[in-house]
Design a protein around this ligand. Structure first.
Ligand SMILES: Cc1ncc(COP(=O)(O)O)c(C=O)c1O
Length: 353
């Protein structure tokens, strides 16, 4: 049975270089830390979500009633599972497993639609017409595949909630396939997160965009004051034009870093899918052994076998700076080229940045 609650953080250990968790390196930036620190001065008061909700709404050119603030994208998945009564829920895989876990925990049966390797192309006709809840990620964790907006939009219809997990959308320059601005699609719920680009996994902050009635139904399932004052401060701060420019620059830089990683990968490594986000999905022979040897060499990568549709030969690797990627690729080449498990000292982070 797949462990739907296994995530990259479980792969980390002291001394390992983190290629397992896809949070942008060097985050949160100094200015954002200062915002968070200052927000603690207001900690005695209950949170006022109004300004942050208005800021997120303005950033997406939508009215505030179409914005649900939440303690991370993960909370939205739970709210959907608790507030809705889907008769036929379909989750498109391979993908992030928390939406399916939340649906199952709420007692809903879940059907999996597993896309075919190597392209993991989304064919809208493959989604059962009777599905009244469809969940998919774009770009998709762990494949890094970015589905065309038209293919995703084609899944929307009256009587169906279409949950598009866009937790990684801001890693793609210009966000060309995002549906965050689409207000015309019935049942669309776009989920976004501040976790990855801003390095706020521990703060728990994200939001969803959808029609006012859907947003209200989900909000009714939330506790009062669901989002803390520091998280609200982060939402406001990360939607300013300057913050959005920084995020766009990071996405552009990521494209170069990803190309460097792909160029450095040794023979014998298959890149599965066309990677468009801050991680790549690889396939290697004897994956479990390779992953263990990578750990012995100082590298933590994300195992693939806990994602429905993948197996032990799949490894998900975060995109870091070119120096880190080259050092990783060198060790990977050595591991693939020999069956030896000789341990070499992991490079110090300062040396490879
Ligand atoms: C695709 C995807 N969606 C959502 C999440 C969870 O985001 P958050 O930290 O906002 O709950 C993750 C975290 O790994 C993810 O990979």
């Amino acid at each position: 049975m797949t462990d739907l609650h296994h995530h990259g953080d479980a792969e980390l250990a002291p001394g390992l270089v983190d290629l397992a968790v896809n949070v942008r390196a060097g985050t949160p930036p100094e200015w954002l830390r200062a915002v968070l620190h200052r927000s603690l001065d207001d900690a005695a008061a209950y949170p006022d979500a109004g300004p942050a909700r208005a800021a997120v709404a303005a950033a997406h050119d939508r009215p505030p009633e179409e914005v649900l603030l939440a303690a991370g994208a993960a909370e939205v998945f739970v709210l959907v599972a608790r507030a809705l009564r889907p008769r036929r829920a379909v989750v498109v895989h391979p993908s992030f497993t928390e939406p399916e876990a939340a649906l199952r925990a709420a007692g809903h049966p879940v059907e999996r639609l597993v896309l075919d390797a190597p392209g993991y192309r989304l064919l809208p006709a493959a989604v059962p017409a009777a599905a009244d809840l469809v969940v998919l990620g774009n770009p998709t964790n762990p494949t890094s595949v970015l589905h065309p907006a038209e293919a995703v939009a084609a899944l929307a219809r009256p009587g169906r909630v279409l949950l598009v997990d866009e937790a990684f959308a801001d890693t793609v320059p210009g966000e060309p396939e995002s549906l965050a601005g689409r207000r015309d699609l019935p049942g669309l719920l776009v989920v976004r997160s501040l976790t990855k680009t801003w390095g706020l996994a521990g703060l728990r902050v994200g939001y969803a965009l959808g029609a006012p009635d859907l947003v209200a139904a989900l909000a009714a399932a939330q506790p009062h004051w669901p989002v803390s004052t520091p998280a609200l401060a982060a939402l406001t701060a990360c939607t300013t034009p300057a913050a959005r420019a920084e995020s766009a620059a990071a996405a552009a830089e990521l494209t170069g870093h990803r190309a460097a990683l792909l160029a450095a990968l040794p023979d014998g490594v298959e890149v599965v899918g066309e990677p468009r986000s801050s991680f790549v999905l690889l396939r290697v022979p004897h994956g479990p052994r390779v992953r263990a040897e990578l750990r012995a060499h100082g590298w933590a990568v994300r195992r693939g076998d806990t994602f429905p549709g993948l197996d032990g030969d799949h490894l998900r690797v975060a995109v870091r700076d070119a120096g880190t990627s080259r050092a990783f690729a060198t060790d990977l080449a050595a591991i693939l080229g020999s069956s030896s498990t000789t341990r070499t000292a992991p490079p110090a982070l300062e040396e490879i940045r």
